[in-house]
Design a protein around this ligand. Structure first.
Ligand code: HEC
Length: 151
């Protein structure tokens, strides 16, 4: 019994140590971080595209499909930020160096977007509310792109 308790304590310690590792250490190489964040942004963009098609009437509105897309945008919107690691504004990326130098501003822009995508899930239940909230989300994406993404 004592042995079990000790090994549990050991496991808890190991888990704690794991979570204490800084975000940059989650990626073996800077290129991996760039790929990771671009993958998350690609998923956000693809699902925003599905929602825009419904909002424009290019695709029939379906509340279940819209809410699933909205949930994916909301979930993926939490992923890119840990991949804004040092030295990752060079290479196969459109991140401006300002995006690394102004981490607090990027975080504020990400927080603002997350607040809007959280509302998108409920809004996607009807076409009218989807249209309105999609505009708010799109504006929050654009605000950051205008500042921190190269054309
Ligand atoms: C806080 C800043 C920020 C917010 C908010 C943001 N983006 Fe981006 N986005 C970026 C940056 C920086 C890049 C460039 C990433 C790179 O090339 O490394 C990018 C790249 C992209 C790309 C291109 C991905 C690729 O493979 O090149 C798409 C698509 C995209 N964003 C969609 C979105 C959508 C949709 C939203 C809103 C739901 C959004 N972004 C919100 C900063 C942001």
């Amino acid at each position: 019994m004592k042995k079990l308790a000790l090994s549990l304590a050991g496991a808890a310690f190991a888990a704690g140590a794991l979570f204490a590792v800084p975000a940059a250490a989650q990626f073996a190489k800077v290129e991996d971080a760039i790929k990771y964040r671009k993958a998350a942004f690609t998923i956000m963009g693809a699902n925003m595209g599905r929602l825009s098609a419904m909002a424009r009437g290019d695709r029939p509105f379906d509340a279940a499909v819209a809410q699933a897309a909205a949930r994916t945008v909301d979930m993926a919107g939490h992923l890119p930020w840990e991949a804004f690691v040092p030295n990752s504004a060079a290479g196969d990326t459109r991140l401006k160096p300002e995006g690394l130098a102004n981490a607090a501003e990027v975080k504020a822009a990400a927080d603002k977007m997350q607040a809007e995508t959280a509302k998108l899930v409920t809004a996607a239940a009807s076409l009218d509310t989807l249209r309105t909230q999609l505009g708010a989300v799109g504006a929050s994406c654009k605000a950051c792109h205008d500042k921190f993404r190269k054309d």
